[in-house]
Each structure stands twice: as C-alpha cells, then as structure tokens.
Design a protein around this ligand. Structure first.
Ligand code: CA
Length: 373
C-alpha cells in the first residue's frame, strides 16, 4: 500500500491543474505551461514509518510519534505519517532494508543495528567511550558528522536525520557483583552491538536478546547480566526483581542518537517546504526525547533504589580495559577501511577537543553540584 501511495505521489496524484503563477508564488519545485498541469506545492500525502521499537517503549517509540505529529501539524494536516511499531510492517531490525527498498517511505531506528552492512554506521548512533548527547549533536550538526553519515547512507538510498537521544545509558543489571577483569571473564551478558564486541574481547560471553525476552533470561540465569537503556525503561521490564546490582555507566552508549530514515527517491519527490518540515520535525524529536528521558529517569532511579537496588560504578580496572579494547577495535576498523577511517578521524578530533572543553567548566560544575545530590 505504501508503495502505491508513493508511486501515486510521484506519478499522478501530485499533478493537478493550477495556475502557473500560483505555483511560482509558492516557490514550487516545478512549473508548467500556462493553463497546463503543475506539480502541486502542498500535496496530500500519507506516508508510513517503520519503527525498530515496540509501542511499550514509549520514550523511543514516542520519538517517532512526536516526529509524525509535528510533520502533520506543520503541513496543516496535508502530510500525514503513521508510525508502526516493530513487527507490524517489518521486523525491528529490518527498518533500513524496508526504507532502502521503498517498502515504507520512513524509518525510525538506531543505525548501529546495521554494522553488519557497514561498521561505519555506528558513528550515527554511539561509539564506546565516545560522545555524550551534547557532544554527539555538536559533531552531527556542526562538526561535519551529519554530512559524513549522509555519504554512508547514500549507499542505501536513504537520507538520515538525528531524531532522538536517550542520554547516557546505564551499564545494566548484574546478578552478582563484578569488580575485576577475572570476575568479568566468563560472564554471560545480554548486550548487543559494539559494547558486545568490546566485552567479548575481555572474555564475556555476549548474547543479543530482544527486549521482551531479557527478563526471563536473567531470571532463569541464562544470562548473568543484561543491559537495556536506563532507569525508566529498565524499570518497566522488571529487571530489579531478579538482579539487584545496577551498574553504571553504560560506556558503550554515552549518548546514542536515534535516526529518522527517509527513502531517497521519496525525499527527492517532496516539495521543498515538506523537506524543511521533515528536517524541523526530526530536530524537534531529537530535543524532545532527551528532555523526556531527563524528566522521567530521576523518578525511576529513586523508585529502584528505594526498592532495594544497589547502584554500583564499574571499577577503574574494568573501565580502563574496556576503553583500551574499544579503541583497539576502532583502530582496527579504521586501518581496514578508508571510509571508516575518514569518519573515525573527524569523530575522534571532535571527541578529543570536546572532552578537553567538557573537562573544565562542565565537569567542575557537575562534580561540585551533583556530587552532593
Ligand atoms: Ca543499551
């Protein structure tokens, strides 16, 4: 149905009879001989968005809804988008393929799910020991990052936009204390993506388990530890009932970006005004999601601690070894692939200079003011 809709738009539905002068006055992308058909500048569109996330994850799935609502509102109801949770149209991890192939016009997902297609897509989301939310936005919007990622996604017939961020995540739920590398070795942990690649280098047996199946796996001891997102999302999955040690930080996801994907062919067919609307709505979703997380995580954290959960920082031994393994991995990828290296170098330059800046005023303020909270 979405395919038909898009073809309708690109083919005949967008062509209506309108005065050429009126089109020119609206700054339309196309004109027509006087009295002939013209491409309408404000067509009525119904697009579908495939999310990688379940509806129950209201923070992240909610980002797609914020995006869709703003597009509809800014277009005065003419450009409508319906967001579908993972599994309704395509599987959660099938979003990139679906947008690339034009099965849907839009997707909302985390690019690092697709490192099997190109390891460099991870920079679009988060890298271990990488950028926090603000630093990630600085790199993407003003440090050349988005342009670099657009080059990568052009290979997939996709135009990508930052459209959400969870903020720094937690390290996850451990059934028993883990303080040393010896204790880490042999541990079975649910953790996907780059964090898994790094921890497997330290001897952890890593498993990727979908969100809905993590709790029973942790409860039965199929895994000894599991990471998900942070207090608000984790509380809903109930991990606190089966593991009492809640570790931090989630160094593999210090500020992960969620992305809106637009099928390139569909994008090219949009009037310039609608393209601007998509860009603005994605930027709003980006701000809205992190604001929402920052509003709901504190209450959830308090409830978890009041309920008997113990917060534990990862030891320096584990943090240092993890960071060494993470950069070993990134440097191997950079050595093996020029495209990856180009992005890594841009990202790493921003990381180094940004860390220096954040280590002054931001860090001094945080240490003094938050430390006593
Ligand atoms: Ca996570």
């Amino acid at each position: 149905m979405a395919k038909l809709r898009r073809r309708d738009f690109l083919g005949k539905a967008a062509i209506v009879t309108a005065g050429a002068g009126a089109v020119a006055a609206c700054g339309g992308p196309a004109s027509a001989p006087e009295g002939g058909p013209a491409v309408v500048t404000k067509p009525r569109l119904n697009w579908r968005l495939a999310s990688s996330f379940p509806r129950g994850l209201d923070t992240i799935f909610g980002g797609a809804e914020v995006f869709a609502e703003r597009v509809e509102s800014l277009s005065e109801g003419r450009f409508r988008i319906r967001a579908y949770p993972a599994g309704e149209l395509v599987p959660g991890l099938g979003v990139l393929d679906a947008v690339q192939q034009g099965t849907v016009e839009l997707g909302h997902t985390a690019s690092y799910y697709y490192t099997g297609k190109n390891p460099a897509v991870a920079f679009d989301t988060a890298m271990p020991f990488g950028l926090n939310t603000r630093q990630q936005n600085a790199w993407l919007y003003h440090g050349g990052g988005l342009e670099l990622m657009r080059e990568v996604f052009a290979d997939f017939n996709i135009v990508n936009f930052p459209a959400g961020n969870t903020g720094g995540q937690m390290g996850g739920w451990f059934r028993r204390e883990v303080s040393t590398l010896d204790e880490l070795r042999g541990l079975k942990m649910r953790i996907p993506g780059l964090g898994a690649e790094v921890l497997s280098r330290l001897g952890v047996t890593v498993q990727t388990i979908p969100g809905g199946e993590i709790y029973p796996a942790l409860e039965r001891g199929v895994v000894d530890a599991a990471e998900w997102v942070g207090p608000y999302d984790d509380e809903k999955l109930g991990f606190q009932r089966v593991a009492k040690n809640y570790y931090y930080p989630g160094w593999w996801e210090p500020g992960p970006t969620l992305s809106v994907y637009v099928n390139r062919t569909a994008w090219d067919g949009l009037p310039a005004e609608y393209q601007s609307i998509v860009q603005s709505a994605a930027a709003e979703a980006n701000v809205d999601m992190i604001s929402r997380y920052d509003a709901v995580n504190p209450g959830a954290l308090k409830r978890l601690v009041d309920g008997g959960v113990t917060l534990r920082p990862f030891s320096d031994e584990i943090m240092t070894a993890s960071r060494d393994a993470a950069f070993e991995l990134m440097n191997e990828n950079a050595a093996a692939d020029a495209g990856y290296r180009k992005i890594f170098e841009s990202w790493d330059e921003v990381r180094r200079s940004s860390f220096r800046w954040f280590s002054t005023a931001e860090q001094a303020y945080a240490r003094f003011s938050f430390g006593g909270g």
